[in-house]
Write a protein that binds this ligand. Structure first.
Ligand code: NDP
Length: 331
């Protein structure tokens, strides 16, 4: 049973040396317990925040202990009739191959006929974040111009597609031309900016959104937020989902110097944490499953193989190695 421990609290972009692969015995099953073999695990940008020693909405990871995060596993031994052998379960005990539990922390996968790993992506936390952020936080309306940063990722690519489905004009920013092509050609996004090659981010976003921006789905922060604030339309809404540009910052990062745009344009800017909205999850799964089955939403995955690749997959989130959901498939 291999698991990944956090060896050091990373400074800047994490490196492989910040992690260790540790082999431990599989725990002996007690009465009422089940043994779960993880099949897939998720790496997510929020985990970077948990690698710091600081107060947040979720406790920091402990050094030299196994990391944790979303995973999909299969029950391989069972002393609990609620989870017979063969049950597929979503759990928060990723970054390890096997674990034992009473079952209290396991969610059976909904019976939708979808692939298991979809519940870490389009049908899981990232999909739910896209859906809730757009519909509930940003109050998306037909005809809105929507701008999406980190637009080809797990959350962003779903945001783009839902906004298109709802009759919006959609533009996004990404870090490569291949990702830009994917958004335009496969997802029908109206305009895409490559933020790494543009000489003037604000000008490029302005060209991509000739009628201004009504809804900004914010996942990056920094220069993106500053540029978009200048381009927002009156009464625009900004759903602040993430600020990945700051997660590896080693000094106080410069914030936008133009927050007065919030006043001038009477904007609403609201942060959110998806776990506070989880009561909507069953309705979301029903809607998203239907969209997938109707061919209205598609979801790409980038897959690394083997638990020893998990640190590389995680680090890759910050250098843009993924299109769609970044996943690790366990042996
Ligand atoms: P992604 O699949 O989007 O992966 C991260 C992507 O971000 C990379 O592929 C990369 O693409 C881009 N990126 C990395 N560094 C930078 C940078 N410095 N500037 C601009 N883009 C960068 O991850 P998720 O979809 O899982 O998460 C997206 C965002 O949503 C994150 O900010 C995350 O923290 C947030 N989030 C918030 C939740 C909430 O409850 N509020 C829940 C889930 C996610 P590229 O090649 O385009 O640079």
């Amino acid at each position: 049973n291999r698991e990944i421990h956090l060896k050091n609290r990373p400074v800047g972009i994490p490196t492989k040396e910040d992690f260790s692969v540790v082999t431990v015995p599989v725990a002996v099953l007690k009465a009422g317990e089940v043994l779960v073999k993880n099949l897939w695990m998720s790496v997510d940008p929020y985990m970077r925040g948990r690698m710091l020693e600081r107060e947040s909405y979720i406790a920091p990871f402990v050094l030299n202990e196994v990391l944790s995060g979303g995973a999909i596993g299969e029950v391989v031994e069972s002393n609990n009739p609620a989870f017979p052998v063969g049950s597929k379960v979503a759990n928060m005990s990723g970054w390890r191959e096997y674990f034992t539990t009473s079952g209290a922390d396991l969610q059976p996968l909904p019976d939708t006929g979808m692939q298991d790993q979809a519940f870490l992506g389009v049908l899981g936390m990232p999909g739910m974040t896209a859906f809730t952020g757009l519909t509930k936080i940003a109050q998306l309306k037909e005809g809105d111009t929507v701008f999406v940063s980190a637009a080809s990722g797990a959350v962003g690519a779903i945001v783009c597609q839902i906004a298109k489905l709802k009759g919006c004009y959609v533009a996004g920013s990404v870090g490569s031309d291949a990702k830009a092509r994917y958004l335009r050609e496969e997802l029908g996004v109206d305009a895409v900016v490559n933020y790494k090659t543009t000489e003037n981010l604000q000008q490029s976003i302005a060209q991509a959104c000739p009628n201004g921006i009504d809804v900004y789905f914010e996942s990056v922060g920094g220069a993106h937020l500053e540029a978009v604030l200048n381009l927002m339309n009156e009464h625009g809404r900004i759903a602040v989902c993430g600020m990945i540009d700051q997660y590896n910052a080693t000094s106080a990062s410069a914030g936008p110097s133009n927050l007065s745009q919030l006043i001038i344009k009477k904007l609403t800017m609201q942060g959110f944490i998806i776990f506070d909205h989880w009561d909507g999850y069953p309705a979301f799964v029903e809607q998203m499953t239907q969209w997938i089955q109707q061919g209205k939403i598609s979801a790409k995955e980038t897959v690394y193989n083997g638990i020893e690749q998990a640190p590389d997959a995680f680090i890759g989130l910050f250098t843009g190695q993924n299109t769609g959901k970044m996943l690790v498939k366990l042996d």
